[in-house]
Design a protein around this ligand. Sequence first.
Ligand code: COA
Ligand code: AMP
Length: 625
Amino acid sequence: MSNLSLWQQAAQDIHWYQAPECVLDDSNPPFYRWFADGTTNACYNALDLQVEEGRGEQDALIYDSPVTDTKRRYTYAELLDEVARFAGVLAGQGVGKGDRVIIYMPMVPEALIAMLACARLGAVHSVVFGGFASNELAVRIDDAAPRAIVSASCGVEPTRIVPYKPLLDAAIDLAEHKPDSCIILQRPMQEAELQAGRDLNWAEAMASAEPVACVPVAANDPLYILYTSGTTGQPKGVVRDTGGSIVALKWSMKNVYDTDPGDVYWAASDVGWVVGHSYIVYGPLFNGSTTVIYEGKPVGTPDPGAFWRVISEYGVKVMFTAPTAFRAIKKEDPEGKYLKQYDLSCLQSLFLAGERCDPSTLSWAQDKLGVPVIDHWWQTETGWPICSNCLGIELLPIVPGSPARPVPGYDVQVLDENGEQMPAGEIGALVVKEPLPPGTFTTLWNAEDRYVSAYFSRYPGYYETGDAGYIDDNGYIFVMARTDDVINVAGHRLSTGAMEEVLADHPDVAECAVVGVADVMKGQLPLGLLVLNAGVERSADEIVAESIQQMRDRIGPVAAFKLCAVVERLPKTRSGKILRGTMRSIADGEPWKMPATIDDPTILEEITATLRELGYADPSAATVQ
Ligand code: COA
Ligand code: AMP
């Protein structure tokens, strides 16, 4: 089937107020517009339609929170009622079609309710992950210019309560743009002080709220903005449109994940990430399935059997998480003793994404669960998988280290530096031929030029994924590394460039470098090296401790920045470029070549000694070739 007929047919599977006649408007590449003349509403497709089709009494959402010892279920009818009334609360605060609303919340049902309420009104939500600090939130407030912000008094991490409200207040103080109102969910673990005239209490506002109906929007009206790391401190606001998202996510639920209406689908991620948007909130509900919001960790809440308990308790058919979660479980329970305590016969498949899946984690999961374990590759920009074994179409042989073949709609190719196709088996830039399928990003918020320059300029006619890899003789794709300075920490995408900006702001730091080094649990960890200003007399330990704290305050705990040291000098090329790649290879014990352009090779000896003190650059591993 041709690409256009595939999506034309898929589009018939969703609700439109006005069905599109135009499948793809390609008059202004790379700004493609799928279903340009259709009108629809994402909340209608997620809730109203499901109730109309008879799923009112079926569970739409299961909330399971081991960290607060809470379990709650919402049927589709109950969820619709909550969402319609919260939309009434937002409308009462002046939020309407096209307005932005920032959502800064822990993993509670109210986060999903707030997202769907925005969609109901045609407002554009932008969810900010709770592990980000005030400064990151402030940058997003200034870029999205929200009319309202929805937040909670606190989040609950296994070892501490995270007071969100003071972080929010600090962010609003830092930001130039000020929201008209903030709606705060008070949680009993730690209530927040509300600011008169600006802040509303969620529960009080809901008590008198009237439900409102869905507002039809154009297919290409934005559903949400989701910020992701770029190569600078300014994050990229990925814009997802409405019609394309509904069509693609609904199609993927059956064809990629083989999930039917009524099935329980669990993505153990966070609503702050793209996985949460697509497969905690929208995909499962568009499909009439049941989704799970899990406020806990794979280990320690209370033990490494947590995932197995959730699967067996709710009859989860398809699970989705990041390999790092399985590495954490495997480390604590290598033999899978906890697994044997539960009946997991309901589980049909496990999908992994967010980072490269190492073959040992894949085979451990396969061996212990006895179901297909599917590595699939996607990005915030694409919103749904680029490559996957599509279980609803055909289970292809599983090849460890590969997310299998391109999903229908994606034409993936590997190009060399000159834009020429690479032969099979040779590594190059992974690109996708234009147009991208529906449901992928349509632009960057406030940054159309950056959309073109960052993604569509280097290889004309192709979307540059930022990943490098190869295609083998069987058409299987292997995603090997990023081509930019993005690193992947516990499945979270972070920019080392943004981290360097933070370190460079320390008054005693003259220059610095951050590289992503390998970590058995989190995949990668950031490691910072600091060169101090001449004449600084304070101790290196003190400055390192301040820098670590500064990273936590400016980017947030999610950066997991704990490896840091002071060095005399950084290795550079003669033209002054810091040799980050070489330092990373030395740290990871990979073979490396002395760069021909290096200014002073002796610096690498000093760096190696420092990396060893930090527990890296294993002397028994490979060294210079
Ligand atoms: N709000 C506030 N703080 C948060 C947070 C949130 N929503 N989420 C994480 N943090 C904090 C954590 O408390 C931790 O702080 P600490 O340095 O004080 O311990 C820090 O951010 C790092 O968190 P995390 O990445 O979760 O690491 P961890 O060591 O607590 O747990 C794993 C490690 C592997 C168990 C965990 O990363 C995990 O479950 N990952 C699953 C994968 C995933 O969700 N990927 C997303 C894309 S699919
Ligand atoms: P994010 O935008 O946070 O989802 O991160 C996307 C990036 O994570 C991709 O560009 C890859 O670098 C990496 N990634 C995601 N899934 C995979 C996978 N299955 N294999 C290898 N890398 C992956």
